[in-house]
Ligand binder design. Sequence first.
Ligand code: SF4
Length: 253
Amino acid sequence: MTTSAPARERIPFIMRDLAARYLPAGDLHEGETALAKIVAEREDPFLVLISTILSQRTRDEMTERASRQLFAKYDTPEAIANADPANLVRLIQPVGFYRQKALQIQNVSRVLLDQYRGTVPGTYEELIALPQVGPKTANCVLVYGFGEPRIPTDTHVHRVSNRLGLVRTKTPEKTEQRLMKTVPKEFWLHINELFIRFGKDICRPIGPRCEACSFTSFCRYYRTVFAPKRHRLDQDRRKRSPGRKASRSMASK
Ligand code: SF4
């Protein structure tokens, strides 16, 4: 696989490599993100919706901790809608903006009770009309809550897609739109889980572990940023200690 291969041709290679690494049985229930773990325990779109709202601008580990604390006490729209707000605040404290989010999850629970008799609607259009639900949250609920192929796009999916050269976009929203055109639908269900895991494990935001990556032969970031930087560092090192090579060769004589 080389840089000359169009993005669409690279996708099966990328997805198979990541699936072998992170989802060998091909089952999203074996995922390691907070959402995948929550769904593996209880297949409930409501829990996915609440966890996704909690996850906004928050690390996955904190989302999982707050979700578990919350769901141990309040795990239905009715329970959250009627809860003492101070209790909600206390339980979801591990996530950022927990005061705002306590109000938001109570608000969305009330809307579900009023408009959907306490169930979570299963279409993108209905989900996006709920308070606090944007494209990423709606798609997370569809993928993890209903098993519907979509491409939820957070900062990891956005960064990895751009680095690999699958898209060239400035925002996660644009990335989602481009990926939906480029990625064959058979890969949609797993792409969020796989790119998040890869983005946390290898293609990290700062200091990506390119040496441990299978995609260097066509990765745009590797070619344009990582490899030239390493080359410059090697040259600087050689300039700073020009005698090292010579003294090594003297020593070997
Ligand atoms: S080569 Fe580096 S930048 Fe490119 S996908 Fe792999 S880890 Fe990320």
